[in-house]
Ligand binder design. Structure first.
Ligand SMILES: [Zn+2]
Length: 169
């Protein structure tokens, strides 16, 4: 396993649509391992393949410590409700945004063995999955954000309002 370099906004690899993974070969398995290691090292709760420069439909996520997902060719099949999330991104360092996301989603994806699973996520878990899936379509949270601010501005705003703590997805 090895750490990979995280791509930063401005790199065009973050703006392209990723291709399906048709063969989960050793290269893809190694990529998944490296992405998990990189996500943990960077203290993120999710990391998508284009964030390490690979245009394939895969992301890893750990919305709760120890609750690890490898999502290959993920598709959101249903969305319900709305919530306002406070999001950061390892590829957009130093900024925080307020984003409207579905309250819950149904998601279908293959695991690292190619087995298809159907998931249901709500709340913060749903935010993480939507954020990561956007990366596979070249979308960053700043495209959807109602308000984007620097981390300093965000911390100041916390003194005035009661907002959720930010995380890097
Ligand atoms: Zn991100």
């Amino acid at each position: 396993m090895a750490l990979r370099k995280v791509t930063i906004e401005g790199d065009e690899v973050l703006r392209k649509k990723c291709k399906e993974i048709t063969n989960i070969n050793d290269r893809i398995k190694l990529l998944a391992d490296d992405m998990i290691e990189t996500m943990k090292k960077e203290s993120g709760v999710g990391l998508a393949a284009p964030q390490v420069g690979v245009l394939r439909r895969m992301f890893v996520a750990e919305p709760e410590p120890g609750e690890l997902y490898i999502m290959i060719n993920p598709v959101i099949t249903e969305e319900e409700g709305t919530q306002e999330s406070t999001e950061g991104c390892l590829s957009v360092p130093g900024f925080i945004g307020l984003v409207d996301r579905p309250m819950s989603v149904k998601l279908e994806a293959q695991d690292i063995d190619g087995v298809k699973h159907n998931y249901e996520f709500t709340g913060f878990h749903a935010v993480v999955m939507c954020h990561e899936l956007d990366h596979l379509n070249g979308i960053l949270y700043v495209d959807r954000s109602k308000q984007t601010m620097t981390e300093e501005e965000y911390e100041d705003s916390l003194l005035e309002t009661d907002v959720n703590e930010e995380v890097d997805i």
